[in-house]
Design a protein around this ligand. Structure first.
Ligand code: M6R
Length: 615
């Protein structure tokens, strides 16, 4: 969603800020702005639409300076207009502020400020924050860095909601202030320069030494130092971390889009999800990050999985994988529903929240609600510095590297791989024998090669994509663990190509979906050689009987599908708990190539944000 990049140092801030904003483009936004300090004042430039428009605006009317804040806005309060774009200013016009998050009591605060003579020029909740900080600063009298920090503190004490902010004031040159609650903010430490960003990928080309701020922390930064304190006014302990990845990991490299790059990374990312986690000696998986002994794990009699979007689909597939490997009842919940439900849980329920970004607001709220109820709550996250990773009782990292494409790809297959590891671990504590465990390990070890072989189907999938790219409606069907894969295939297609698409368990066809079948509505069936293969064939026949075109994903060596389907994609043979991973890949490629065929902006689909940090 919204993005923040800020700089204080001795270099020209403009290229640093624009480069940082460009690196945050993937998160989704609809306008952008910048505020740069110069002697005696601050210059502001804003533009609706792409960052290129902001850059053009700056070129038309140049600004320069060594201290600045910048922002990409994803509209929540107020339309996509120049006036609503950040930075926003206060009554004096000398303070400028950018903000991620939502100020829930902004209406009340705005009315109170209006009664005190403040005028507003946007519909945003953010403008209220700028006025509050400015008012507190002007009341204080002193015009120094301590006074600005104190003003930020005073303002934030009045606020209900979430924020990651950065503030610059013309009267306090050479200084920025940042603060966070519920919206990520990271401080980058350079040589005689410092950075603030909502996402480390915006600044990793400048420094890998960072401090991830905690909620209720305020940072004051200057070229030669920084100070972190809390909202209550005390000093804060902090830890300097080194970013795991380098700037190259957030580049597209030889690929035209991040999404394609990330699809092609999957042989490595599934390998990284397993790295160091398989023990042939004990014939099990080692997941030390769970922070649970085997006795603790043995006591678990129910598992709840919660996530949003693709992570929720991973949970649904995880339900099948865990139930079949570990024989533990599993339930899946949309994180957004979980937070407001009052589910009667058994005592020994283990909750997992699943999130690539680790910052999804609903998933974070589900985690907090579950922990509040006293359940051990673990995270399956990619972003190791994320709020979910830090607040959970333990968990499993995906180690998939940064995922930039808005459409989740490699994170999904990493999540499924982790569910197999969990199934192996929990199964071995229960009914799986040593040789069962060794078998699963040996199958897992083959997985990266099978994924690589599946990606080689790209040319065939691209040709199929071309054939069906003009369809207005697409159906995806599968049974058992392939039903969630059908949902994921439909989500990928609709997200990036805007074609209406939906996923169903194949058997639901007769219960209503069949009404949609026409000669122009392609149905994609995931029908590998498994226990329900014949059932899928019957469903395919039902579609064909109504002249519906059928694309099938089957198992290498299959000859039955080609006889009745229009197009067949054959994936390598694998055990039932790994087939969902392989079956996902042609669906990702299909969505990618259809979107590309239609000329859609694959990495930055309309209206979408990579990380949904508001409810
Ligand atoms: O970062 P998270 O895994 O928590 O994100 C959850 C969803 O917002 C995300 O999967 C979304 O559905 C993607 N755009 C799917 O491609």
């Amino acid at each position: 969603m919204c993005g923040i990049v800020a700089y204080v140092g001795s270099s020209n801030a403009i290229p640093i800020l624009l480069d940082g904003l460009n690196r945050l483009e993937y998160r989704g936004y609809d306008s952008a702005g910048i505020a740069v300090a110069r002697a005696g004042g601050i210059d502001v430039r804003k533009a609706v639409g792409r960052i290129a428009n902001l850059a053009a605006e700056i070129q038309k009317s140049p600004v320069s300076g060594t201290v600045g804040i910048s922002h990409t806005r994803w509209a929540t309060h107020g339309a996509v207009t120049r006036e609503n774009a950040h930075p926003h200013t206060d009554k004096s016009g000398r303070l400028h502020l950018v903000h991620n998050g939502v100020i829930e009591n902004y209406q009340t605060l705005r009315e109170q400020l209006q009664e005190r003579g403040h005028e507003f020029h946007s519909q945003t909740d953010t403008e209220v924050l700028a006025h509050l900080v400015g008012e507190a600063f002007d009341k204080g009298g002193a015009r120094d860095s301590a006074a600005l920090v104190e003003a930020v503190r005073a303002a934030l004490r009045q606020v209900i909601g979430t924020y990651g902010i950065s503030v610059v004031h013309a009267d306090v040159p050479g200084m920025l202030v940042g603060a966070r609650r519920g919206s990520p903010l990271v401080l980058g430490i350079g040589k005689h320069e410092h950075f603030l960003a909502s996402d480390v990928s915006a600044i990793v080309s400048h420094t890998r030494e960072v401090v991830y701020l905690n909620d209720y922390e305020i940072v004051a930064l200057q070229a030669d130092g920084f100070e972190i304190s809390t909202l209550s006014g005390s000093g804060a302990d902090f830890h300097v971390s080194t970013v795991e990845f380098d700037a190259g990991s957030v580049e597209k490299g030889k690929y035209p889009h991040y999404m394609l790059k990330e699809i092609h990374e999957q042989p490595n990312t599934v390998r990284d999800a397993m790295r160091g986690r398989l023990s042939a000696e004990e014939a099990t998986a080692i997941l030390g990050g769970l922070n649970m002994t085997n006795a603790d794990l043995r006591a678990v009699d129910r598992i709840v999985l919660a996530g949003c979007g693709t992570a929720f689909h991973a949970a649904l597939a995880g339900e099948y994988i865990l139930e079949s490997l570990a024989h533990i009842p599993v339930e899946c919940e949309f994180a957004s529903e979980f937070r407001y439900r009052n589910i009667p849980f058994q005592r020994d329920t283990l909750v997992f929240v699943i999130s690539q970004s680790g910052e999804t607001a609903d998933t974070l709220a589900a985690l907090r609600e579950s922990r509040r109820k006293g359940h051990r709550t673990l995270g399956i996250c990619n972003n190791v510095a994320s709020t979910i990773a830090r607040e959970s009782d333990g968990g499993v990292y995906m180690h998939a590297g940064p995922e930039i494409g808005v459409a989740a790809t490699k994170s999904f297959t990493s999540q499924l791989t982790i569910f197999v590891l969990l199934g192996l671990l929990l199964g071995r504590i229960r009914h799986l024998s040593h040789s069962d465990g060794l078998n699963i390990i040996s199958e897992l070890e083959k997985l990266p090669d099978l994924v690589a072989r599946t990606i080689e189907l790209e040319t065939q999938v691209a040709a199929i994509a071309k054939k069906y790219a003009k369809a207005n409606n697409f159906l995806f069907m599968g049974r058992q663990a392939h039903y969630p894969i059908a949902l994921e295939g439909a989500l990928k297609l609709k997200e990036i190509s805007y074609i209406s698409s939906s996923g169903y368990p194949s058997a639901e066809l007769k219960h209503g979906v069949i009404a949609l079948i026409t000669e122009d509505t392609p149905s994609l069936f995931i029908a590998p050689q498994d226990a329900v293969f014949e059932k899928n064939i019957s469903n395919i026949e039902e579609v064909k009987a109504r002249r519906g075109p059928v694309i099938a994903i089957g198992t290498e060596g299959d000859t039955a599908l080609a006889k009745i389907c229009d197009d067949v994609i054959l994936i390598p043979e694998a055990p039932h708990y790994l087939t969902p991973i392989l079956a996902t890949i042609p669906l990702q490629l299909l969505a990618y190539h259809i979107a590309n065929e239609l000329g859609c902006d694959v990495d930055k689909p309309r209206n979408l944000a990579k990380s949904v940090t508001v409810e």
